[in-house]
Design a protein around this ligand. Sequence first.
Ligand code: FEO
Ligand code: CA
Ligand code: CA
Length: 663
Amino acid sequence: MKDDQPSRHVFRTSQLEQADGPGLNPTKTPTMGEIIAARFSRRGFLRGSMASVAISATVSPMAILAAGDAHAQGAVEGSVFDFPEVQAGVDADHHVAEGYDADVLLRWGDKVFADAPEFDPTNQSEAAQERQFGYNNDFVGFIPLEGADDHGLLVVNHEYTNEHLMFPGIVTIEGDEIVVAEATEDRVNIEMAAHGGTVIEIRKVDGKWQPVLDGAMNRRITAKTPMQITGPAAGHARLQTSADPTGTEVLGTINNCAGGVTPWGTYIMAEENFHGYFTGELPADHAEAANYERVGVPGGSYDWGRFHDRFDLSKEPNEPNRFGWVVEVDVNDPESTPKKRTALGRFKHEGAESALAKDGRVVFYLGDDERFDYVYKFVTAGTYNPDDRAANMDLLDEGTLYVARFDEGGNVEWLPLVHGEGPLTAENGFESQADVLIETRRAADLLEATPMDRPEDIQPNPETGRAYVMLTNNTKREEANAANPRVENAFGHIIEISEDGGDLAALTGKWEILVQCGDPSIAEVGATFSTETTANGWFGMPDNCAVDSDGRLWVSTDGNSPSDTGRTDGLWAMDTEGAARGTSRLFYRVPVGAEMCGPCPTPDLTTFFVAVQHPADGGDDWEGFGRPSYYEDLSTRWPDFDDAMPVRPSVVAITKQGGGKIG
Ligand code: FEO
Ligand code: CA
Ligand code: CA
């Protein structure tokens, strides 16, 4: 999801993203109203005139002068990457490094089943959408079938819907604002079917990936799919509703941002900005008022509550407690009931990437994507059994959730969120572990965890015992700390955690900042990319990431734009070791208005799957368009470029021409 959008008001999207709303952590009181455009806008600085631009202390003038030339085609000394860099910029198409192919594999509306109806954007229905690929692909995971690298299941989250780009005839332009017509019941039901996830078999044929539409495990998961609530909060009174007096059965999952694939081959969907789907008012003096305020419920971004009582707080006051969890899907059985695993806590879950600790327990790294919220990890109580898949299927119901405190001296401490320990007692309103998990944020506040600059995806590297934390931005920060060293942090940073003993389950470790993002040629930005990083190689707003099977870090971004950074979002390769550490190179970039999600390398590194999310959601600040973008007047019609087709979020498969390892 985008954040810190300028003033243009798109009815749905900007509300859901809390574009300029307050952070929700009451332990901080952010008041800075300035957004990127005010201080760091490219418009505010001289471009292309190096002599007049102060040079950041970490970037040599020579490096900047060489940017885009010397290193664009060659390897950087000590780098683990040697692809020819893509030129950063903005246009209607996507671009991949020379020598590579970027093929669209699955578009919104494509068939997921052989008998699915053809996509007709002017006549979409809930029934059709339930059989077709959903909207706004975010997390992408690849689960090999029988160990093959050219055949497997692709699992894809569909985070949210952009009505103004999806539906004909619902937008009016008022001034430079996009105003979306009030929802109808049909529209809401299509939106609900376009949310959730897709499981689809794919196979490489003659070097090109294609979906297998009669795959036995193909599946659509939507905002209505029946799910089970498991773990310590399951069945708790605070999770009970009139439709589900047991507090264990819930319909659907929403706003699934990043996710993960477990070592035992299940698909993890993280519920992020769930607050936006709720409307209505809680009954007066309701016991959940403070809980909901801490997570921003009701967000009021969607009209679902008008047609589905469960999204209306006045009718179903407990329903929001049934969202904000991590969902696990057994992809081997398309009839299986997805499980909301409450042991991993309830907050705005960005993702849930996991790896094995030295003793075989499984460690999940979890970001809570809100300004001034926290970094978590979950360590299972049991150990992974590589020989018995069934024995792993409920590992996520027992274990310990920890929250991170990053001290000024470069140490990180993982604080357990365990009922009865420290302040997590009845005195503070926690009667049980269920209460601790339902109000994870408040529990973490009391433990004095470190409020961060919007924790997004976190990727562990089991080989090194390190983890990479994407902190996307926080323009509301007024007080810096060592782990969040910039006030008005418009461009974000990446923290590298090195767990003690190289063991991901360790409760202490060291941390350091791998890079502060933004344009290194503007001193005020304070970016710290290596001097080898070219003018194409730097980025702002890190969001998703991957550590590939060679241990190489890849970072995808959300929020670069013509006015903020003079470039679209994309996928950057980032050196983490040796002399090249902190060097970044642009490998792939998205069309105007899009953000870059995924990325997902196959184990053999011959394919990268990437997700192009919300293309054409923007373009008013791009000289090639310069006006509001919506269904009838789109800033790009990628990937079809067909006047009869709207823009379509899509998953793209990147391969090297002639085959071979990427990067
Ligand atoms: Fe959905 Fe935190 O990005
Ligand atoms: Ca995002
Ligand atoms: Ca994200």
